[in-house]
Design a protein around this ligand. Structure first.
Ligand code: FAD
Length: 523
């Protein structure tokens, strides 16, 4: 029956070490784990924005939040603030926060905006997080236990330090064997199942189950198994990023509580605040802008906050990527996790969340023997296929509602012929009801209906040809605004209360660093 006694992970980036830690922390684990990483192939070194799901992932591996904050330059992220996506005007911005609107389980608050064509910003009034996050305040106080919160949050982390912390934790806590070696060859049996890897220098590494976390190289899933790559360029064409690290002007400068995402002529720039520096990157479509122009655009952006001298001296790095994914990331006894499985632009920082979901699946449905590889792989592949479809739909939503047509890039990005049937159906249905739970029927959906509400209303989708809205006599099937006022009043009260109680983001991080147990806690 072929019991799974030895798991071999190829690649020591965030995907490899996160998977190693999750498997290592499995209760009653009856297999060994070896992670091999090449000394000559660097990790991608980006991936600084996470989702709130990372809290549960870190808890599952017994890693203290204070250690994360101390070791990884981490800060707390409360959502993404989008600038210039609708019209490009100076006052054009909206927030996609991590907190849900009030009474979310049973009441579709977004419906008031759709029905009445409300123009005041949805995000600003349906969650206290808008006030807290946009005033650089923290979502918790220093007394709040690890991972608990007043307002939901994820993290901004230094990607290289994060992978290093996960490595140290996996090795010391779970006994994961770490080998530095460059995989140069692969052996398989007559049924096509992998049996061992050959390392440069001649060593051989045998295993029963292999996890391909080799990044864009996709050594096992691509080079060996030749699993087809499904390009997503026709939907989301961005395929290059120029990235840089920007110093703060003063050590005590405010730390943004959200990822900033600023639309540009040929893409968008992310801006992430860590404790000791910011991370910025210009994601763009290489068909419309040269690498040199993109680099200059990033420098110009940085110049606004740090001045010309610092901006022109920034060390900029270019990363090329083909947007897309492997249709069947798990084949035989090999599963691809991380960049080897695919990547689509980091507009909503979904890549680490995909790694978390993949690792969770492996923990919950670990193929303890070869007979289970087939059923487990089919279930995994279905789940990932569905996730990739959701990512494409949700990211595309950010573009298609834009009024921008000021550059060829925006004309192409908003082109309706690049919209999937699923998104097209949603947009049609939202003319008669706002985004709601039926749009996201799976219990483990990547993006909840609330996320669709924040982006759809943030982009003023409800003011665009909505059926039954204000002026078209559609009030009879929905509650009156008198119902809404007390709900929003409560949100406002809570926002003011939290605004008084919450420390500044940096203030909280300083306090947590000083109170770092410098040790990992029990899972
Ligand atoms: C521009 C950009 C921005 C991003 N921003 C975000 C974000 O904000 N949020 C988010 O969630 N994600 C983001 N991502 C994605 C995120 O960076 C990755 O999902 C994450 O870092 C995981 O990468 P990885 O471990 O799969 O690959 P890598 O970090 O590339 O690691 C690959 C590993 O494989 C090893 N390897 C390669 N070849 C061999 C070999 N022959 N033998 C042995 N080992 C080998 C390497 O040594 C390395 O250790 C971003 C990606 C890009 C490109």
């Amino acid at each position: 029956m072929g019991t799974t006694e030895h798991v071999v992970i190829v690649g020591g980036g965030t995907a490899g070490w996160l998977t190693a830690a999750r498997l290592g922390a499995m209760a009653n684990r009856q297999f060994d784990i070896t992670l091999v990483e090449s000394p000559s192939v660097p990790t991608v070194g980006v991936g600084e924005g996470t989702w709130p799901s990372m809290k549960a992932t870190l808890q599952a591996i017994g890693l203290s939040e204070r250690v994360l904050i101390s070791e990884c330059d981490a800060s707390l992220k409360q959502g993404t603030l989008f600038h210039g996506w609708r019209t490009g005007a100076a006052d054009d911005s909206y927030l996609h926060p991590f907190s849900l609107p009030p009474e979310y389980a049973s009441k579709n608050i977004a419906e008031y905006w759709r029905r009445d064509g409300l123009r005041y910003p949805f995000h600003e009034v349906v969650t206290p997080q808008a006030l807290i996050a946009t005033t650089h305040k923290a979502p918790k106080t220093a007394d709040t236990p690890d991972y608990a919160f007043a307002l939901n949050y994820g993290y901004h982390v230094d990607a290289v330090k994060f992978a290093a912390l996960l490595r140290q934790h996996s090795v010391s806590r779970f006994g994961v064997r770490h080998i530095e070696g460059h995989v140069a060859g692969v052996s398989s049996d007559s049924a096509g199942f992998l049996t061992s890897l050959e390392l440069e220098g001649g060593d051989r590494l045998s295993g029963d189950f292999f996890v391909d976390c080799s990044g864009q190289k996709a050594l096992l899933i691509g080079d060996h198994f030749k699993v087809p790559f499904e390009s997503a360029r026709h939907v989301l064409p961005n395929n290059r990023a120029v990235v840089a690290q920007v110093p703060y002007n003063e050590p005590n400068d405010e730390i943004h509580s959200c990822t900033q995402s600023s639309a540009q002529d040929c893409g968008w720039i992310w801006d992430i605040g860590l404790q000791s520096r910011r991370g910025v990157g210009y994601v763009h479509n290489a068909d419309f802008i040269s690498e040199a122009e993109a680099t200059q655009t990033l420098r110009n952006y940085a110049e606004q906050s740090v001045g010309a001298k610092v901006a022109q001296d920034l060390a900029c790095r270019t990363l090329n990527f083909e947007p897309g994914y492997r249709g069947t990331p798990w084949t035989h006894n090999c599963v691809a996790v991380g960049l080897s499985a695919g990547f689509i632009e980091p507009l909503e920082a979904s890549a680490l969340a995909m790694i978390e979901q993949a690792a969770s699946f492996l923990v919950e449905s670990f193929p303890v023997n070869r007979d289970l590889m087939g059923p487990a792989s089919r279930a995994f592949n279905r789940k990932m296929e569905s996730n990739w479809a959701s990512i494409q739909e949700f990211l595309k939503l950010h573009y298609v509602l834009s009024d921008r047509d000021d550059t060829p890039y925006w004309q192409q990005a908003c082109d309706e012929t690049s919209i999937s049937e699923g998104l097209s159906d949603k947009l049609a249905l939202w003319q008669i009801r706002a985004p709601w739970h039926p749009d996201t029927p799976r219990i483990d959906e990547l993006f909840p209906a609330a996320s669709y509400q924040y982006v759809w209303l943030g982009m003023n989708g409800h003011l665009n040809g909505v059926i039954g809205s204000a002026g078209q006599g559609g009030k009879d099937h929905a509650s009156s605004s008198a119902d809404l006022d007390p709900i929003l009043f409560k949100v406002r009260e809570r926002a003011l209360q939290l605004s008084r109680a919450m420390p500044g983001n940096r203030q909280l991080l300083n306090a947590l660093r000083m109170n770092n147990p410098s040790a990992t806690v029990t899972a």
